[in-house]
Design a protein around this ligand. Structure first.
Ligand SMILES: Cc1cc2nc3c(=O)[nH]c(=O)nc-3n(C[C@H](O)[C@H](O)[C@H](O)COP(=O)(O)OP(=O)(O)OC[C@H]3O[C@@H](n4cnc5c(N)ncnc54)[C@H](O)[C@@H]3O)c2cc1C
Length: 414
């Protein structure tokens, strides 16, 4: 595909790097510019709270591509450069060094950033956040020194950091206002399983309470909880969620609401401007509504999908949300999207930590999570996509193959 068009990508992380790769794979000859605010070439973040944080793998394991990839594929990688202004009528992006880049197609893959805790002592040394590889390096140095850590927030990042810190032998306390960890994603029943996993490994789980203040002289020495406790610590890790980086899009007048609003082709309210990854709040053909997914697989797959649509292929993005997590010796994969459900059905033994949990609305499976059970993910996704009624006794029975569960078409009876 020979042309003289310029494709600019803002955000050189997983979504942006995979989009650049796809533009070349699809045969685009024109100019491809990938702009990244970080000094590091594109890397993957999941290891930063797991094996990389624990020092089990080195830096070379986290990169999306080999060092030579971008030059070999004639991708102009501008690292340490931030896009500060976007003019969609002129079709121009301005960088922080004053350079103005004209684009024919633009992808915003600006991702998300940790929410900050605005409480007394929030800027003390030793109150840390985790997003970048440098954050992970700094946190690893703290793990190396040992001692006591308080983790604020029992979402995915908090739960994984707590597990890694405990695996490295630290004294770990997790504080979470909800009644169980991971409650927003998994609900109370399955969240309780994760609470027990942490407790069994010696992590203290203070659920149902928040943080009032961090206290100390220059550096944090203790955390004061909203239920009146004081916890001595050497440092605290805050993992209270992320927010999409929408500033550039919002300033340019793009429609923004919990992310950059895009259609099923990942195109924003400005023609020729696309968004992918954590920052995209995308209309999903299967769900019939917009969803914003803050997970690795979404960045991995939406980047290429956006690239194809930048080339005019008109392919809707309809993959089901999927994510994974590793905590201690417990690995899981979750597929689907469930804001609410009627009940959870277990296949296998939750106590033995080898099971599949299914979230059901009526008799239909809307989400599934396999825990220390592998190679079932496609079958779980098939069940969700089919949307057919299932017999919950058969669903719970490990002897019934998952592929034989669909008993009746959508709207039918089990
Ligand atoms: C510690 C950690 C562990 C994780 N573990 C898991 C996991 O186990 N499973 C899972 O499914 N997901 C996990 N995730 C989530 C996953 O990493 C993200 O969903 C993914 O990184 C999103 O990729 P992205 O490319 O959309 O955005 P990001 O990775 O957020 O990257 C966006 C990039 O854009 C750059 N940028 C932003 N604005 C500008 C600008 N104006 N100009 C130039 N550059 C800009 C940023 O500096 C950044 O490098 C984890 C995340 C973290 C932080």
């Amino acid at each position: 595909m020979t042309n003289d068009q310029t494709h600019v990508i803002v955000g050189a992380s997983l979504a942006g790097a995979k989009a650049a790769e796809t533009l070349r794979q699809e045969g685009l000859d024109g100019r491809v510019v990938l702009i990244g605010a970080e000094d590091e070439r594109p890397y993957e973040r999941p290891p930063l709270s797991k094996e990389y944080l624990r020092g089990e793998v080195g830096r070379e394991k986290v990169y999306v591509h080999d060092e030579g990839f971008y030059t070999e594929h004639d991708i102009e990688l501008r690292l340490g450069r931030t896009a500060v202004d976007l003019d969609t009528s002129a079709g121009e992006v301005e960088l922080d060094d004053g350079e103005r880049l004209r684009y024919d197609r633009l992808l915003l893959a600006t991702g998300s950033e940790p929410r900050r805790l605005a409480i007394p002592g929030g800027d003390l040394d030793g109150v840390v956040y985790l997003r970048s590889v440098q954050d992970s390096d700094a946190l690893r140095a703290r793990l190396d020194r040992g001692g006591a850590v308080v983790v604020i927030g029992a979402g995915w990042i908090g739960a994984e950091v707590a597990a890694s810190a405990r695996q490295r032998g630290l004294d770990v306390t997790v504080i979470e206002p909800a009644s169980v960890p991971l409650e927003r994603a998994l609900g109370t029943e399955v969240g309780a399983i994760y609470r027990d996993i942490h407790t069994d490994h010696g992590t203290k789980m203070l659920m149902g309470t928040g943080v009032e203040a961090f206290e100390g002289d220059h550096a944090i020495e203790r955390v004061r909880t909203s239920d009146g406790r004081t916890l001595e610590c050497d440092f605290a890790v805050v993992g209270v969620g992320v927010q999409p980086r929408v500033q550039l899009a919002a300033q340019a007048g793009l429609d923004v609401d919990n992310g950059i609003l895009v259609d099923e082709h990942l195109e924003s309210s400005a023609a020729g401007v696309f968004a992918a990854g954590d920052v995209a709040n995308a209309r999903h053909p299967f769900y019939g509504e917009r969803i914003r997914v803050e997970h690795w697989a979404n960045a991995l797959n939406q980047g290429p999908a956006a690239a194809r649509n930048m080339l005019g292929q008109g392919v809707p993005y309809e993959r089901l949300p999927y994510f994974f997590s590793d905590q201690y010796d417990v690995g899981m994969e979750y597929s689907g999207f469930a804001r609410e459900w009627d009940r959870v059905v277990f296949r296998g033994d939750p106590g033995g930590r080898e099971f599949i949990a299914f979230w059901l609305v009526g008799d239909r499976v809307v989400a599934g999570m396999n825990v220390n059970v592998w190679d079932v993910n496609e079958s779980v996704q098939h069940l969700i996509r089919e949307g057919a009624a299932v017999d919950s006794r058969r669903l719970a029975d490990p002897d019934v193959p998952l592929d034989q569960l669909v008993a009746a078409p959508r709207g039918g009876v089990a």
